[in-house]
Design a protein around this ligand. Structure first.
Ligand SMILES: Cc1cc2nc3c(=O)[nH]c(=O)nc-3n(C[C@H](O)[C@H](O)[C@H](O)COP(=O)(O)OP(=O)(O)OC[C@H]3O[C@@H](n4cnc5c(N)ncnc54)[C@H](O)[C@@H]3O)c2cc1C
Length: 452
């Protein structure tokens, strides 16, 4: 790093909020994708908005690329450095600033860890429903920037449903406030919405106003197993339309095995079958439908639990899958298809992978949203080489597009999916995205090379 640049940083930050040591910089240079990062020029930890504004201004003056960094749990390389960026970590901007009882919204800093927002809601007899495996590390700013989904989308929707206001600093340092506290305001399109799901390329979120909702009634959890993927059609037709469903997730026997291998102490339900559904629900009517599934021999087994401990045990089978295979450096896809095509997608992927005897498919996801996470790992210590990766990637995207699906259901484009995104994106929308990027970040210094 140029000496000048460092001394400018020292003019903005306390020394302990500037990181230049190589190993520590590496830690902040990448997210959960397996992309190889470039070395950041430094990592800084703003504690207040004034510092954020000053450092964005500095980067523009010095033509220094910079990147907003949340919990770095993103899976598409959005928070991975590719241009020796200055990493701006939100780790120390993590407070809840205000709780407004009149509308149950909280105003928070972007670095608030998702789980801490969930806990705050629980302590106040309320509920923040966006939930997924990485809530212990991911941050609200990162959730908004990726419009995170998770396991309860079927009932409660995506992060954007809970964003009631935002304030941002654009790539070129403009201060924008989209938090007018109005429930109704029909004064044209809401430009603040552009920043939701924009993967940190238009600006940095500096405050977020999030909506909390009423706590749902107590839930039960059913663990359903079946042997043929076609049976999913009947399960879906009978169950998925019910408003009593809070979550409905899919996993395979291989996923269960991987979780068991990685977490040896772990006890799992002793059930037959190759495919499993975890169904979280309220009320009593679902249990009648579950009985029908057994009586009609559509499914092999159903296991219902209701204590928090039992529910947590069952959920772990799903929520620990990614972690259990992370060391295999899987080739990952996060795709969605229309609900009615989900079983067809699973069949096609299983058929494809069978052609490659040393590749093992780990398939799981949010079946209620048509969202499948496809992870491919090598069997017997085989590393899937780049040639094979390219071949598998081409074939998988062919399947997805053939089923009129999406190449990214919830993990965004980042860098990993940029090529395929640019190939198949709507040209008008792309033109608009590029023009917006130029408007908010004319020097292309904020997270360059991502998304578009
Ligand atoms: C095991 C595992 C399971 C997951 N499950 C799900 C799931 O079910 N559903 C789902 O949607 N996602 C899931 N994810 C993906 C990821 O956790 C989410 O996308 C999460 O919202 C990312 O938040 P983060 O704070 O880690 O963001 P990061 O990874 O740090 O950043 C993501 C993007 O946001 C930008 N950014 C971060 N903070 C800001 C800010 N303040 N202002 C502007 N831009 C910013 C970054 O530059 C980057 O482009 C999972 C990830 C893991 C590792």
């Amino acid at each position: 790093m140029k000496k000048d640049f460092y001394s400018f940083l020292e003019g903005i930050f306390d020394k302990k909020d500037i990181e230049t040591e190589e190993d520590n910089k590496y830690f902040y240079s990448k997210d959960w994708s397996n992309l190889k990062p470039s070395e950041p020029v430094a990592v800084v930890f703003p504690r207040e908005i004034k510092q954020l504004k000053e450092v964005v201004k500095l980067c523009n003056e010095q033509n220094q690329p910079f990147i907003g960094s949340g919990g770095r749990t993103g899976l598409s390389g959005g928070a991975t450095c590719l241009n020796n960026e200055l990493v701006i970590s939100f780790e120390k901007m993590n407070k809840i600033i205000d709780f407004d009882h009149s509308d149950n919204t909280i105003l928070c800093e972007p670095g608030l860890v998702t789980e801490n927002l969930q806990n705050f809601a629980t302590e106040n007899e309320l509920f923040y429903p966006v939930n997924f495996s990485s809530v212990g590390s991911s941050q609200i700013g990162g959730n908004i920037s990726t419009n995170a989904g998770g396991i309860k989308v079927i009932k409660y929707g995506l992060t954007k449903n809970y964003v009631k206001g935002l304030s941002v600093i654009t790539g070129d340092g403009k201060d924008l406030d989209f938090d007018n506290r109005l429930v109704k305001d029909a004064t044209g399109p809401k430009l603040g919405d552009l920043f939701i799901g924009s993967e940190g390329i238009f600006g940095l979120i500096k405050t977020c106003r999030m909506k909390l909702i009423k706590k749902p009634p107590p839930t039960k959890l059913a663990f359903i197993s079946f042997s043929e993927i076609e049976k999913l059609i009947e399960v879906r037709n009978l169950l998925f339309k019910s408003e009593d469903i809070e979550a409905v997730e899919f996993l395979t026997k291989t996923c269960m095995q991987k979780v068991k291998d990685a977490f040896k102490h772990f006890s799992q339900p002793d059930v037959k079958g190759h495919y499993f559904i975890i169904l979280e629900f309220t009320g009593n009517s679902i249990e009648t439908d579950l009985n029908k599934l057994i009586l009609k021999k559509i499914v092999d087994d159903i296991f219902i639990v209701e204590t928090s401990k039992q529910k947590k045990n069952i959920w772990n089978n799903r929520l620990l899958i990614s972690e259990s295979i992370n060391d295999f450096k899987p080739l990952k896809f996060d795709v969605s298809v229309p609900l009615s095509k989900f079983e067809c997608l699973v069949q096609n992927i299983e058929r494809l992978v069978k052609k490659f005897s040393k590749v093992e498919p780990i398939l799981f996801g949010h079946v209620g949203d048509g969202n499948l996470h496809i992870n491919l790992i090598g069997k017997d210590d085989l590393v899937i080489d780049n040639n094979l990766k390219d071949k598998l990637t081409t074939e998988i995207y062919k399947i997805i597009l053939g089923l009129k699906g999406s190449i990214s259901a919830e993990h965004g484009i980042g860098y990993l999916k940029k090529k395929i995104f640019l190939e198949q994106a709507n040209k008008e929308e792309l033109h608009f995205l590029k023009a917006t990027k130029k408007f908010y970040d004319p020097l292309n210094v904020l997270n360059p090379g991502k998304l578009i």
